[in-house]
Design a protein around this ligand. Structure first.
Ligand SMILES: NC(=O)C1=CN([C@@H]2O[C@H](COP(=O)(O)OP(=O)(O)OC[C@H]3O[C@@H](n4cnc5c(N)ncnc54)[C@H](O)[C@@H]3O)[C@@H](O)[C@H]2O)C=CC1
Ligand SMILES: O=C(O)C1=N[C@H](C(=O)O)C[C@H](O)C1
Length: 252
């Protein structure tokens, strides 16, 4: 039998961390060597012999955690939000000096969500208007969601490449926030509602028609196959990969 992957979960007491601990423990090709909470020292990773980390913490912590992992020769699978362009650029630079390590920053681990974002980007080249509505549980600390930001960036890139002009919008006066926020020219609206987990709709409008591409995560179990896939693939992809689609052959 091949050697088991020595995995540490950071944020292990959180909503996602609890699921990830269970998923790694149940995976025959993995061994959970450490589970870290907010007050645990990163030194624990070295003492436990971790070779892979799964980061499911908070935007304020994730950058330092990944930096530590890379500087100590580990691979990192990261679901935490907050990886803006400046943070990604700093990480790329760090990885250039540590070329053995692989890092996956995955805004969403659910396969359906990854597909929905890719389909939306493709479809957005053929519609005049596009807007995103993301809907989440009310305990979420960041808005808009990382998934919505990523989806908007993919859409903006696809439309720019296809030469599609900005979505029409005649708004002259509005209350603050009424038109959501602007991510690379795409309007994103955030809903926080008790009972929800993680959901997103991309609305695409053309003359006399609308296409809606919707994905729903009803349970955090939906994210676990993607976490395990990321762990199995990350070492074979040194450097930085943004989006689980980087490990999939979507052919879109
Ligand atoms: N990529 C994906 O598919 C998904 C990503 N997320 C993202 O994952 C992150 C976590 O989400 P939840 O589990 O819902 O949040 P949560 O708030 O339930 O859990 C975060 C946990 O991290 C802990 N923590 C904070 N700093 C830490 C540190 N330095 N070391 C270790 N633990 C630390 C907190 O005490 C807390 O227990 C968020 O950024 C969320 O947006 C959530 C769901 C899916
Ligand atoms: O906080 C969450 O719950 C989620 N966070 C990620 C995001 O911000 O996109 C992924 C998923 O939407 C759930």
């Amino acid at each position: 039998m091949t050697e088991q992957l020595a995995v540490a979960v950071l944020g292990a007491s959180g909503r996602m961390g609890i699921e990830a601990v269970k998923a790694v423990e149940a995976a025959p090709d993995m061994k959970l060597v450490a589970s870290l909470g907010r007050n645990d020292s990163l030194q624990t990773l070295l003492d436990a012999g971790a070779k892979y980390i799964v980061d499911l913490t908070v935007p304020d912590s994730t950058e330092a955690n990944v930096r530590f992992a890379v500087e100590h020769g580990m691979h990192a699978v990261v679901g935490t939000t907050g990886w803006d362009a400046a943070r990604l650029a700093a990480l790329r630079e760090l990885l250039a000096g540590n070329p053995e390590s692989g890092v996956l920053i995955a805004p969403n681990f659910a396969l359906g969500s990854v597909l929905a974002s890719a389909f939306a980007a493709k479809a957005s080249q053929y519609f005049e208007s596009v807007e995103i509505i993301e809907l989440h549980h009310p305990n979420k600390v960041d808005a808009p969601s990382g998934t919505a930001v990523r989806t908007a960036q993919l859409i903006a890139g696809a439309r720019e490449q296809a030469g599609v002009p900005a979505s029409p919008d005649a708004t002259e006066t509005s209350l603050d926030g009424a038109r959501g926020c602007d991510v690379d020219g795409v309007r994103v609206h955030s809903v926080r509602l008790r009972g929800l987990v993680a959901h997103q709709e991309v609305l695409l409008g053309g003359p006399g028609e609308q296409l809606t591409i919707r994905h729903d995560s009803f349970d955090r179990a939906s994210f676990m196959p993607g976490v395990l896939l990321g762990l199995r693939k990350v070492a074979a992809h040194p450097g930085l990969t943004v989006g689980l689609d980087g490990y999939l052959d979507l052919g879109l």
